[in-house]
Design a protein around this ligand. Structure first.
Ligand code: SAM
Length: 273
Protein backbone atom coordinates (compact mmCIF):
# COMPACT_ATOMS: atom_id res chain seq x y z
CA UNK A 1 0.00 0.00 0.00
CA UNK A 2 1.22 3.50 -0.84
CA UNK A 3 0.17 6.24 1.57
CA UNK A 4 0.08 9.92 0.58
CA UNK A 5 0.55 11.44 4.00
CA UNK A 6 -0.22 15.11 4.69
CA UNK A 7 2.28 16.89 6.95
CA UNK A 8 2.30 20.36 8.60
CA UNK A 9 2.34 23.59 6.56
CA UNK A 10 4.21 25.48 9.24
CA UNK A 11 3.14 24.48 12.70
CA UNK A 12 4.84 21.21 13.53
CA UNK A 13 1.95 20.21 15.82
CA UNK A 14 -0.45 19.95 12.85
CA UNK A 15 -0.11 16.26 12.13
CA UNK A 16 -2.66 13.55 12.78
CA UNK A 17 -2.18 10.47 14.98
CA UNK A 18 -2.86 8.37 11.92
CA UNK A 19 -0.19 10.19 9.90
CA UNK A 20 2.43 9.50 12.58
CA UNK A 21 1.34 5.86 12.94
CA UNK A 22 1.45 5.40 9.16
CA UNK A 23 4.91 6.92 8.82
CA UNK A 24 6.16 4.68 11.65
CA UNK A 25 4.99 1.47 10.00
CA UNK A 26 6.18 2.08 6.43
CA UNK A 27 9.25 0.38 4.97
CA UNK A 28 10.49 3.77 3.82
CA UNK A 29 9.29 7.33 3.36
CA UNK A 30 9.59 9.17 0.07
CA UNK A 31 10.12 12.90 0.56
CA UNK A 32 11.13 15.98 -1.42
CA UNK A 33 14.08 17.00 0.72
CA UNK A 34 15.53 14.44 3.12
CA UNK A 35 17.30 17.05 5.26
CA UNK A 36 14.10 19.06 5.64
CA UNK A 37 11.90 16.05 6.48
CA UNK A 38 14.37 14.77 9.08
CA UNK A 39 13.15 17.51 11.40
CA UNK A 40 9.58 16.17 11.27
CA UNK A 41 10.68 12.57 11.75
CA UNK A 42 12.85 13.56 14.67
CA UNK A 43 10.02 15.52 16.35
CA UNK A 44 7.76 12.45 16.28
CA UNK A 45 10.45 9.78 16.88
CA UNK A 46 9.84 8.21 13.49
CA UNK A 47 12.81 6.04 12.72
CA UNK A 48 12.27 5.09 9.07
CA UNK A 49 14.56 5.57 6.06
CA UNK A 50 13.95 8.68 3.95
CA UNK A 51 14.33 8.44 0.19
CA UNK A 52 14.35 11.53 -1.99
CA UNK A 53 11.43 11.83 -4.38
CA UNK A 54 11.14 15.19 -6.11
CA UNK A 55 10.16 16.68 -9.44
CA UNK A 56 13.62 16.03 -10.92
CA UNK A 57 13.82 12.31 -10.11
CA UNK A 58 10.21 11.14 -9.86
CA UNK A 59 10.14 9.54 -13.34
CA UNK A 60 13.27 7.58 -12.51
CA UNK A 61 11.98 6.45 -9.10
CA UNK A 62 8.54 5.24 -10.13
CA UNK A 63 9.49 1.77 -11.43
CA UNK A 64 11.25 0.83 -8.18
CA UNK A 65 8.30 2.04 -6.11
CA UNK A 66 5.84 0.03 -8.23
CA UNK A 67 8.02 -3.10 -7.81
CA UNK A 68 8.05 -2.62 -4.02
CA UNK A 69 4.28 -2.16 -3.95
CA UNK A 70 3.86 -5.37 -5.94
CA UNK A 71 5.92 -7.16 -3.28
CA UNK A 72 3.42 -5.91 -0.72
CA UNK A 73 5.62 -3.26 0.89
CA UNK A 74 4.02 -0.32 2.69
CA UNK A 75 5.45 3.00 1.51
CA UNK A 76 4.67 6.62 2.44
CA UNK A 77 5.04 9.75 0.36
CA UNK A 78 5.29 13.13 2.06
CA UNK A 79 6.16 16.55 0.65
CA UNK A 80 7.95 19.47 2.28
CA UNK A 81 4.60 20.81 3.46
CA UNK A 82 0.92 19.97 3.31
CA UNK A 83 -0.78 17.42 1.12
CA UNK A 84 1.39 15.56 -1.39
CA UNK A 85 0.28 15.95 -4.99
CA UNK A 86 -1.14 19.43 -4.42
CA UNK A 87 1.44 21.59 -6.23
CA UNK A 88 3.93 19.01 -4.98
CA UNK A 89 5.13 15.66 -6.35
CA UNK A 90 2.54 12.88 -6.21
CA UNK A 91 0.40 13.11 -9.33
CA UNK A 92 2.60 10.80 -11.39
CA UNK A 93 2.51 8.15 -8.68
CA UNK A 94 -1.26 8.13 -8.31
CA UNK A 95 -1.57 7.77 -12.09
CA UNK A 96 0.99 4.94 -12.12
CA UNK A 97 -0.77 3.12 -9.26
CA UNK A 98 -4.10 3.36 -11.07
CA UNK A 99 -2.56 2.21 -14.36
CA UNK A 100 -0.93 -0.82 -12.65
CA UNK A 101 -3.82 -1.55 -10.35
CA UNK A 102 -1.76 -1.03 -7.20
CA UNK A 103 -3.33 0.15 -3.95
CA UNK A 104 -2.86 3.66 -2.60
CA UNK A 105 -4.68 5.96 -0.24
CA UNK A 106 -4.37 9.39 1.35
CA UNK A 107 -3.86 10.15 5.02
CA UNK A 108 -5.48 13.60 5.04
CA UNK A 109 -4.31 16.66 6.90
CA UNK A 110 -3.05 20.20 6.34
CA UNK A 111 -3.45 21.98 3.03
CA UNK A 112 -2.81 25.69 2.58
CA UNK A 113 -5.50 26.20 -0.08
CA UNK A 114 -8.38 24.83 1.95
CA UNK A 115 -7.29 26.49 5.16
CA UNK A 116 -7.09 29.82 3.32
CA UNK A 117 -10.54 29.30 1.80
CA UNK A 118 -12.12 28.96 5.22
CA UNK A 119 -10.13 31.87 6.58
CA UNK A 120 -11.03 34.20 3.70
CA UNK A 121 -14.70 34.32 4.61
CA UNK A 122 -15.60 34.04 0.92
CA UNK A 123 -18.29 31.57 -0.17
CA UNK A 124 -17.02 28.01 0.09
CA UNK A 125 -19.83 26.22 -1.73
CA UNK A 126 -18.25 26.70 -5.13
CA UNK A 127 -14.54 27.25 -5.62
CA UNK A 128 -11.68 26.54 -8.00
CA UNK A 129 -8.03 25.95 -7.20
CA UNK A 130 -5.49 27.00 -9.81
CA UNK A 131 -2.18 26.23 -8.13
CA UNK A 132 0.48 28.79 -9.09
CA UNK A 133 -0.63 31.44 -11.59
CA UNK A 134 1.28 31.73 -14.90
CA UNK A 135 4.52 33.74 -14.82
CA UNK A 136 4.34 35.32 -18.28
CA UNK A 137 2.44 38.61 -18.32
CA UNK A 138 0.13 37.69 -21.23
CA UNK A 139 -0.82 34.30 -19.81
CA UNK A 140 -1.28 35.84 -16.37
CA UNK A 141 -3.70 38.50 -17.66
CA UNK A 142 -5.67 35.90 -19.59
CA UNK A 143 -5.95 33.65 -16.54
CA UNK A 144 -7.00 36.58 -14.35
CA UNK A 145 -9.70 37.53 -16.84
CA UNK A 146 -11.05 33.98 -16.69
CA UNK A 147 -10.92 34.06 -12.89
CA UNK A 148 -12.96 37.27 -12.83
CA UNK A 149 -15.70 35.52 -14.81
CA UNK A 150 -15.90 32.58 -12.43
CA UNK A 151 -18.91 32.72 -10.12
CA UNK A 152 -17.21 31.03 -7.19
CA UNK A 153 -14.14 31.67 -5.06
CA UNK A 154 -10.75 31.24 -6.74
CA UNK A 155 -7.74 30.01 -4.77
CA UNK A 156 -4.17 30.36 -6.07
CA UNK A 157 -0.73 29.95 -4.58
CA UNK A 158 1.56 32.95 -4.81
CA UNK A 159 5.19 33.75 -4.06
CA UNK A 160 6.25 36.94 -2.24
CA UNK A 161 8.18 38.37 -5.19
CA UNK A 162 5.28 37.93 -7.60
CA UNK A 163 2.43 39.06 -5.40
CA UNK A 164 2.64 42.76 -6.35
CA UNK A 165 2.94 41.95 -10.06
CA UNK A 166 -0.17 39.77 -9.87
CA UNK A 167 -2.12 42.40 -7.95
CA UNK A 168 -1.09 45.12 -10.44
CA UNK A 169 -2.41 42.96 -13.30
CA UNK A 170 -5.60 42.30 -11.37
CA UNK A 171 -6.06 45.99 -10.57
CA UNK A 172 -5.98 46.81 -14.27
CA UNK A 173 -8.84 44.39 -14.84
CA UNK A 174 -11.03 44.98 -11.83
CA UNK A 175 -9.77 47.15 -9.01
CA UNK A 176 -12.89 46.83 -6.90
CA UNK A 177 -13.07 43.03 -6.73
CA UNK A 178 -12.77 41.64 -3.20
CA UNK A 179 -9.73 39.52 -2.53
CA UNK A 180 -7.93 38.00 0.44
CA UNK A 181 -4.28 37.29 1.06
CA UNK A 182 -3.76 34.48 3.57
CA UNK A 183 -0.19 34.60 4.80
CA UNK A 184 2.06 32.40 6.92
CA UNK A 185 -0.75 30.02 7.77
CA UNK A 186 -0.43 28.12 11.06
CA UNK A 187 2.77 30.07 11.83
CA UNK A 188 3.57 32.85 14.28
CA UNK A 189 2.78 35.66 11.84
CA UNK A 190 -0.37 34.17 10.36
CA UNK A 191 -2.70 36.82 8.96
CA UNK A 192 -5.46 37.25 6.43
CA UNK A 193 -5.82 40.58 4.63
CA UNK A 194 -9.24 41.17 3.15
CA UNK A 195 -10.36 44.04 0.94
CA UNK A 196 -10.61 45.17 -2.64
CA UNK A 197 -7.69 44.77 -5.05
CA UNK A 198 -6.83 48.48 -5.00
CA UNK A 199 -6.63 48.71 -1.21
CA UNK A 200 -4.76 45.44 -0.72
CA UNK A 201 -2.29 46.43 -3.43
CA UNK A 202 -1.63 49.75 -1.66
CA UNK A 203 -1.07 47.85 1.61
CA UNK A 204 1.38 45.33 0.17
CA UNK A 205 3.21 48.03 -1.79
CA UNK A 206 3.64 50.07 1.38
CA UNK A 207 4.86 47.09 3.41
CA UNK A 208 6.04 44.24 1.21
CA UNK A 209 4.83 41.12 3.01
CA UNK A 210 7.14 38.21 3.68
CA UNK A 211 6.56 34.48 3.81
CA UNK A 212 4.15 32.18 2.04
CA UNK A 213 0.85 33.30 0.57
CA UNK A 214 -2.44 32.11 -0.75
CA UNK A 215 -4.40 34.52 -2.94
CA UNK A 216 -8.18 34.29 -2.93
CA UNK A 217 -10.46 36.13 -5.31
CA UNK A 218 -14.14 36.44 -4.58
CA UNK A 219 -16.38 35.10 -7.29
CA UNK A 220 -18.43 37.13 -9.70
CA UNK A 221 -21.88 37.70 -8.30
CA UNK A 222 -24.78 36.48 -10.42
CA UNK A 223 -25.69 39.13 -13.00
CA UNK A 224 -22.71 41.32 -12.02
CA UNK A 225 -20.91 43.07 -14.84
CA UNK A 226 -17.22 42.40 -15.26
CA UNK A 227 -15.21 45.06 -16.99
CA UNK A 228 -12.96 42.70 -18.96
CA UNK A 229 -16.10 41.09 -20.40
CA UNK A 230 -17.65 44.48 -21.27
CA UNK A 231 -14.45 45.79 -22.84
CA UNK A 232 -14.05 42.58 -24.86
CA UNK A 233 -17.60 43.07 -26.11
CA UNK A 234 -16.75 46.63 -27.20
CA UNK A 235 -13.61 45.43 -29.01
CA UNK A 236 -15.56 42.64 -30.66
CA UNK A 237 -18.13 45.08 -32.07
CA UNK A 238 -15.36 47.38 -33.30
CA UNK A 239 -13.57 44.51 -34.98
CA UNK A 240 -16.42 42.45 -36.34
CA UNK A 241 -18.87 45.23 -37.25
CA UNK A 242 -16.27 47.83 -38.03
CA UNK A 243 -17.79 50.28 -35.54
CA UNK A 244 -16.01 53.34 -34.18
CA UNK A 245 -15.19 53.23 -30.45
CA UNK A 246 -17.99 55.64 -29.43
CA UNK A 247 -20.54 53.71 -31.45
CA UNK A 248 -19.39 50.34 -30.10
CA UNK A 249 -19.60 51.72 -26.54
CA UNK A 250 -23.08 53.06 -27.21
CA UNK A 251 -24.25 49.63 -28.48
CA UNK A 252 -22.73 47.73 -25.55
CA UNK A 253 -24.22 50.22 -23.11
CA UNK A 254 -27.67 49.64 -24.58
CA UNK A 255 -27.30 45.87 -24.87
CA UNK A 256 -26.05 45.42 -21.31
CA UNK A 257 -27.86 48.25 -19.55
CA UNK A 258 -24.60 49.82 -18.36
CA UNK A 259 -24.26 53.63 -18.40
CA UNK A 260 -22.29 54.78 -21.46
CA UNK A 261 -20.10 57.17 -19.49
CA UNK A 262 -18.99 54.32 -17.16
CA UNK A 263 -17.77 52.29 -20.13
CA UNK A 264 -15.97 55.36 -21.44
CA UNK A 265 -14.21 55.88 -18.14
CA UNK A 266 -13.06 52.27 -17.93
CA UNK A 267 -12.10 52.13 -21.61
CA UNK A 268 -9.89 55.15 -21.00
CA UNK A 269 -8.46 53.64 -17.81
CA UNK A 270 -10.03 56.32 -15.64
CA UNK A 271 -12.00 54.33 -13.15
CA UNK A 272 -13.63 51.04 -12.34
CA UNK A 273 -16.66 50.93 -10.15
N1 SAM B 1 1.30 20.80 -0.84
C1 SAM B 1 1.11 22.09 -0.25
C2 SAM B 1 -0.32 22.19 0.30
O1 SAM B 1 -0.96 21.15 0.48
O2 SAM B 1 -0.77 23.29 0.60
C3 SAM B 1 1.45 23.21 -1.21
C4 SAM B 1 2.87 23.20 -1.65
S1 SAM B 1 3.28 24.47 -2.79
C5 SAM B 1 4.84 23.92 -3.38
C6 SAM B 1 3.80 25.79 -1.77
C7 SAM B 1 2.82 26.97 -1.79
O3 SAM B 1 1.72 26.68 -0.95
C8 SAM B 1 3.42 28.25 -1.24
O4 SAM B 1 4.11 28.99 -2.25
C9 SAM B 1 2.19 28.99 -0.77
O5 SAM B 1 1.54 29.62 -1.84
C10 SAM B 1 1.32 27.83 -0.25
N2 SAM B 1 1.60 27.61 1.17
C11 SAM B 1 2.22 26.55 1.73
N3 SAM B 1 2.29 26.70 3.06
C12 SAM B 1 1.72 27.89 3.36
C13 SAM B 1 1.51 28.62 4.54
N4 SAM B 1 1.90 28.16 5.73
N5 SAM B 1 0.87 29.81 4.47
C14 SAM B 1 0.45 30.29 3.30
N6 SAM B 1 0.65 29.66 2.13
C15 SAM B 1 1.27 28.46 2.15
Amino acid sequence: MLYFVATPIGNLADITFRAVATLKKCAYILCEDTRYSKRLLHAYSIDRPLISYHKFNEQKRIQGILDDLREGKEIALISDAGTPGICDPGELLTAACIAHDLPFTVVPGPNAALMALTLSGFPTGRFQFLGFLPKAQGALSKTLEEILHFNGTTIAYETPHRLVKTLLALEKLEAKRCIAIARELTKLHEECLRGNVKDILATVQATPPKGEFVLLIEGRKEGEKTWPEILTHVEQLQREMNLSLPLAIKCVAQLRGVPKREIYRVAHGLDQS
